[in-house]
Structures are given as C-alpha cells and as structure tokens.
Ligand binder design. Structure first.
Ligand code: XMP
Length: 511
C-alpha cells in the first residue's frame, strides 16, 4: 500500500513538531525529518508534499542548514515557512535581505485569494510573524501572493511547480486562518485524500514495533500514567508476553490507584505484569525528612533501586521502553534554565538495567494525541484522561514529613475532592486539581469538643502547558460540599483551604 505521507524538513525552528501535528490534525500522516535527509531517501518515501520549517539561521551564513536545490525538481509540492521560505527563494535565485528591525507578533497580512494556498481565507487576516531576514526579491517565476505594511513579500508561489513560501507561521494558533492555509496546501496543492486517522498510527506503530523487536525481550517501567501506559499497551499489542512491565507501588499513589493499575494491566492486556509493593521501604526512607528536594531525591533513588532489583531477577533484556512524549523531549532539552524543581521522570533511567536499546514509541506525539492513541488501543478512559500526577506522588502534596497516616489523610481528602469535581462534570475542564495536606494544625470545634487538627488545601488550576497556570474558579457550592465532606469523613482534618494563587508566583504542586 502506498501510504499518504507529508514530510516536514527540520531546519531548526521551534515549531517543527507543531507543524507535523497540524498536518496530522488534517488527517494526513506526517513526520519530521532532519533537513539533510538525502534526496534518495525522500524519493523512497515519496511524500505527497514537503514542508520546510522555520529556523534561527540566516540563509547567507556559511553553516546555515540547507538542502540541495534539486529537491524542487522532484515534482513534489513544497511549502516553505519563514526560514524555509527564505531558503527556497535563495536556492532558486531570489534575494533575501536583513531588515533593520525584527518583525514580531500578530500582523495583519493581505493575501491574494486567487492562490490555492489562500482559498477561502479572508483578504486581510492576522498572522504570526517572527523574522529579521525577509525576501526582498522573489526568485524567477515566483509571484507575490501576500504582503504586510512592512513586509512587501509575505508569501510567494510558483504554482506550475507547486512551490509555495510564507514568511509567517501558519502552524501557530495566533495565525487565525493558519489551519485553513495548511489544509489548502495539503488538499488543493498536494491533492491529499486525508485517509489518515490515529487508528492508522497505532496500527502502523504496532506493525513496526513487531518487526523491530522480533522475538526479543522488552522491559517497561510502568507508572500507571498515561504515557507509560499507552507505550506499554502498544508494545504488548506488538509482542505480547515478550514484554514485562514493572510497576513500583511506592505507597504515594492516590487512593486505590495501585489496585486499579494492576487490575487493568492484568485483566485487559497480554503482558507480564509485576507489581512491587514497596510502600514500607519508601516510608522508612522518608521518615523525618522535611525538605522537598530531599524527598524527591530519596524517592527517585529508591525507585531506581527497587526497579533494578526486580529487573535483575528478569536478567538481560534487549529493549527498555520509555513513554517519552514530544513535550518531554523539548523540556528536558532546555537544560540551561534554573532548577525550580527536579522532575525526575525525564532522564531518570535506572543505571544498572541490562538492556541494549531504548524504544520510545510516543516520541513524536503531543499529549492529546497520546490520549487518542490510548483510546484507540482500548485503554480505559479513566486511565487515558488521568490528570498529570508527579513521579514523587503524594510526598510532594504533604508539606513536611511524610508518614503513612498523613498519606491516608491526603488520599481520602483527594478522593472526595475528585469525586465531587467529577459529579459536577468539571473533571475534563480543569488542568490539574488535587488535595494537599498542609503542615498547619489549627483549633476547631466538633460537637462540643475542641479539636487541634490539620488543614487540607484544595488546588485547581487551568493551564495549557503547566509552565504557567491560573487558579480555576470552582463554584462555591462545590467547594463547600468538599469542605464539609472532608472534615466529616477524614480523620484529623478540621479545616479546608482553597489555594487561589496562579503560577507564577506559586507552583502547581505545593512542594
Ligand atoms: P509545578 O509544581 O512545578 O508543576 O508547577 C508543574 C507540573 O509538573 C508536575 N510535577 C512533577 N512531575 N516529578 C514529576 O514527575 C516531580 O517532581 C514533579 N513536580 C511537579 C506537576 O504535577 C505539574 O503537572
């Protein structure tokens, strides 16, 4: 079967995977390849179209990423974006110049609606610009199809060769009709049929994994989170019991979570599932420890130790699965920013597990795409739409020392909170919400008795990227119901507080 695919050639821009994702949203399969992918390889893939990404370089810099200009002779439509647009123009003999100032932000662009690229796009439309260099003279045979007040060449085309180039970024949300433009490129220019769905991705991935793994052994550290669950199920569908999943229960999971994960993976999928009940080991190590980063470190290290002990029992394996998804790839690559909190789920590989290669089947997907893949694979909704849960678990939602009693308190309070939020139908609208146990005790009265007990804090945030967040507005009556149920049903809690701080200055978690 000749599969319909569009490739994105990566020239170093920050939105490369986003372009691929937008194309997939238009039901056309898309992958990102390095800019120096050979022409032979491209011919083999036979894509319906090629998109050049943006990038920080200048086409005149000696070491700037370039592709051979013969790429335009392959008979494959090309869309150049930003740097990609300049490169296309430069390679074909046009002139690119440096502007005295950078054009940055939302910009009104006037487009020529006769161009296939702008079919059904408004004549003036808001686009996202971010460039210093610009096309000052289009290459021979190219016609200008868009301009702005300060940029006379905002887009060009050579329709007889199916070459298109835009100075702005159609892939970002700020470009109001960007999706329409990409869709036009895919359907009007590349004549795609749009038969791709997430189902095809999962099927195709399973097939590829089966071919790659053959009869070899695979090991997976399963956390019960969306990413590792989807990765594990995909591999189990490919090679069944050649996959062993180790699930370390550190005793810091939400109420009943360990049992739920065990239930799903032992009854619904074909794989070897090992649950390690290491609760007490973690509690022992955390005894007397109050400092958040120290807690994280202890949990991270203990986790690896427990995992290794189990893995040693299995012996050498060929592959180790990681549920890395695309945003992890970017975040862990940032490197230079200050360590606010050490997130140990990225790059926290056990040192002594005996494996030859890592497989990351979700590396190019965004979170919502992982969720869609999870549903395709038959993973229950409650796991697929599970909110993000930190690796150190409830330990960072208990301020100060962690004790088994406090774990039960925060688990019970959190379960009530989640139940009420779900009942109110708000569970999919709020990015993350949970109960935390403060280390504050205060005076209360229950019946005729004075109490001196703990305060639970409820947190709820809306966020798109978890880097910034706003406190979610939860109706009073729901908060009131939670407060009264928590103080009535959870022992040693006599006060419930709601955290209405955004991030920054607060973080989402309390520690
Ligand atoms: P913060 O608290 O940094 O949280 O605003 C941002 C997101 O990261 C999660 N988080 C963690 N995840 N290990 C993890 O795996 C950690 O140590 C950790 N700390 C915070 C948090 O739940 C939120 O989604």
């Amino acid at each position: 079967m000749n599969k319909e695919i569009v490739i994105v050639l990566d020239f170093g821009g920050q939105y490369n995977q986003l372009i691929a994702r937008r194309v997939r949203e238009c039901n056309v399969y898309c992958e990102v390849l390095p800019y120096n992918t050979s022409l032979e390889r491209i011919k083999e893939i036979a894509p319906k179209g090629i998109i050049f990404t943006g990038g920080p370089a200048s086409v005149y810099a000696e070491d700037s990423p370039k592709c051979p200009k013969e790429i335009f002779d392959l008979g494959i439509p090309v869309l150049g974006i930003c740097y990609g647009a300049q490169l296309m123009n430069h390679l074909l003999g046009g002139v690119v110049s440096k502007a005295p100032v950078r054009e940055y932000g939302k910009t009104e662009v006037t487009v020529n609606r006769d161009s296939k690229l702008f079919k059904d796009v408004n004549e003036t439309t808001i686009c996202w610009m971010s460039h210093t260099d610009y096309i000052s003279k289009p290459a021979d045979g190219f016609r200008i199809i868009a301009h702005t007040d300060s940029c006379p060449v905002a887009a060009v085309e050579k329709p007889e060769q199916n070459l298109y180039a835009v100075q702005f970024h159609p892939e970002v949300m700020h470009t109001q009709e960007g999706t329409k433009m990409l869709r036009n490129f895919l359907y009007e220019v590349c004549s795609c049929t749009g038969d791709w769905k997430m189902a095809s991705f999962t099927e195709e991935s399973i097939k590829k994994l089966r071919e790659k793994i053959g009869d070899k052994k695979v090991l997976c550290a399963l956390s019960g989170g969306v990413d590792s669950s989807v990765a594990a199920v995909m591999i189990s569908k490919a090679v069944g019991k050649q996959l062993t999943c180790i699930f370390v229960d550190h005793g810091l999971l939400r109420k009943n979570e360990g049992d739920e994960v065990e239930e799903v993976f032992t009854t619904q999928f074909d794989l070897n599932f090992i649950r390690v009940n290491a609760q007490q080991r973690f509690y022992d190590k955390l005894k007397g420890v109050e400092e958040p980063e120290k807690k994280r470190k202890i949990i991270g290290e203990e986790f690896i130790r427990v995992f290794e002990e189990e893995a040693k029992k299995i012996g050498a394996v060929d592959y180790f699965v990681q549920g890395t998804i695309y945003p992890d790839v970017i975040e862990s690559g940032l490197g230079k920013s200050a360590v606010i909190k050490s997130h140990h789920n990225v790059g926290g590989l056990p040192d002594y597990v005996d494996f030859k290669e890592i497989i990351e089947p979700l590396r190019m997907l965004f979170k919502d795409e992982v969720r869609r893949a999870g549903l395709e694979l038959g993973i229950p909704e409650r796991l697929v739409f599970r909110q993000p849960f930190p690796g150190p678990g409830l330990a960072i939602r208990i301020i100060g020392e962690v004790t088994p009693e406090k774990v039960v308190m925060v688990q019970d309070a959190d379960a009530i909170y989640r139940e009420e939020i779900a009942k109110a139908g708000l569970d999919r609208q709020i990015g993350q919400y949970f109960a935390a146990l403060t280390n504050m005790r205060s005076v209360g009265v229950m019946g005729d008795e004075r109490t001196y007990d703990y305060a639970v804090a409820l947190r709820a945030v809306t966020t798109t990227d978890f880097m910034t967040a706003e406190a979610a507005e939860i109706p009073w009556e729901i908060l009131g119901k939670c407060a009264s149920r928590i103080v009535n049903e959870v022992k040693h809690v006599n006060r419930v507080l709601f955290d209405c701080t955004g991030k920054p200055p607060a973080t989402i978690e309390f520690e």
